[in-house]
Design a protein around this ligand. Structure first.
Ligand SMILES: Nc1ncnc2c1ncn2[C@@H]1O[C@H](COP(=O)(O)OP(=O)(O)O)[C@@H](O)[C@H]1O
Ligand SMILES: [Mg+2]
Length: 377
């Protein structure tokens, strides 16, 4: 509150003369004055107007000044309450200080004493306000600093893990190129083909990894657009099917009829789903126990959500692994994994206000459920 604002003040006294005279002089020195003739009325006005300063007589019929002081302080400890005491009310005055009255002035009221008491009250109020704004700023600064630190340290971790992952990928890229060169030299086209497959595979992985990193390193805002869920699902299936073609995996889809529309950042939800499909394919390929593998993509509509299910009968996970899969850089696929996929997918889904759930059984398979709100809330 600036010094030019009229500060509200509640004056409580059972003597009409005092209310009138004191009320006027308080108005003259710049307060907006509310008057009450007893404790009950004072409380009512206090609750309504919340004045930062209350000036109250100590001895009143019914609820006296001390009771009023206690009630006000109970609900609103920051209110400055100045007590007006008569001669010989020393005991009461001391008692009021115990209940944290700001000050007390004695009747008949001397203007200077009143001004001193009011100045003290206002100083306390403004100190508290300054302190509050410092604290809020400090809290905001601290929060920013912590976030920055978190981001930096995970970026550091990330660079370490990327360098490690890249080294592996580049070595294999070299090997692929070597195959191609030797194959061309010796006119061994099978070898060229082999090399080409390796190079293609490595390039795809490097590309994927780069995209994941970009997504993570750059805090981007979602661009939500309204779109047809079925069309979106068909796009997803269009990308997944060719990925599965060369593997011995059967793919099927169960899409609800009339899935309607939802409002999402299509690119990011698409890549979240891709990360999950990639894992399911890996899980099926890795599984040497079962002969037939399948991945089922189902999509359901509820009142407020679109739910995607990706189910596989691949290697599955034990409980311990299940707990860690959304952690940045957690990967159980030694050289092949980056541990970014599910971390990123989870981020994306959370950014949309949704959630990912997993059920999995070691040796049996896994089911990932993505629950996405149709609209941003
Ligand atoms: N469908 C699945 N079946 C079995 N394990 C899975 C499945 N999806 C994820 N996982 C486990 O979660 C880990 C983390 O996945 P992700 O974050 O995509 O990293 P990455 O695929 O690079 O290892 C995987 O290494 C794997 O152990
Ligand atoms: Mg993955």
């Amino acid at each position: 509150m600036g010094t030019n604002d009229k500060m509200p003040l509640l004056l409580v006294d059972d003597e009409e003369d005092i209310r009138e005279v004191l009320g006027l002089s308080l108005q003259d020195i710049g307060y907006t004055v509310y008057l009450a003739k007893n404790g009950e009325e004072a409380l009512k006005i206090f609750n309504e107007k919340q004045p930062p300063i209350v000036l109250t007589d100590i001895k009143m019929e019914g609820m006296d000044g001390i009771d009023l002081l206690r009630k006000i302080k109970q609900d609103s400890p920051e209110t400055e309450v100045i007590m007006i005491t008569g001669h010989g009310d020393t005991d009461l005055a001391i008692k009021s200080l115990k209940y944290e009255a700001t000050d007390f002035i004695t009747k008949p009221i001397n203007d200077d004493a009143l001004e001193v008491a009011l100045r003290r009250a206002r100083e306390k109020i403004s100190t508290r306000e300054k302190l509050k704004s410092y604290t809020t700023n400090l809290e905001a600064l601290l929060k920013e600093k912590t976030e920055l630190q978190d981001h930096l340290s995970s970026l550091g971790l990330m660079i370490g893990s990327i360098s490690h992952g890249m080294k592996g990928l580049l070595t294999r890229l070299d090997a692929g190129l070597y195959d191609i060169r030797i194959g061309v030299e010796k006119k061994d086209y099978d070898r060229v083909e082999e090399g080409y497959e390796i190079v293609k595979d490595m390039l795809a992985r490097i590309k994927k990894m780069t995209l994941d990193i970009l997504f993570y390193a750059k805090k981007r805002d979602l661009v939500r657009k309204k779109l047809d869920v079925l069309g979106f699902c068909n796009d997803v299936v269009g990308v997944v099917q060719p990925m599965i073609q060369n593997q011995q995996i059967q793919f099927s889809q169960k899409l609800d009829e009339s899935l309607g529309e939802f409002e999402v950042d299509a690119d990011s939800i698409h890549s979240a789903l891709m990360n999950i499909f990639e894992n399911s394919i890996d899980a099926c390929v890795e599984d040497k126990q079962k002969k037939d593998h399948h991945i089922i993509f189902s999509v359901k509509k509820t009142r407020a959500y679109i739910e995607f299910f990706v189910e596989d009968n691949g290697v599955g996970m034990d409980k311990n692994t299940c707990k860690k899969i959304f952690t940045l850089f957690f990967s159980a696929k030694d050289k092949k994994g980056t541990g970014l996929g599910l971390f990123v997918a989870n981020k994306i889904v959370q950014q949309h206000g949704g959630l990912i759930e997993v059920t999995s059984e070691y040796g049996q398979g896994s089911c990932f459920r993505l629950k996405i709100p149709k609209k941003s809330s």
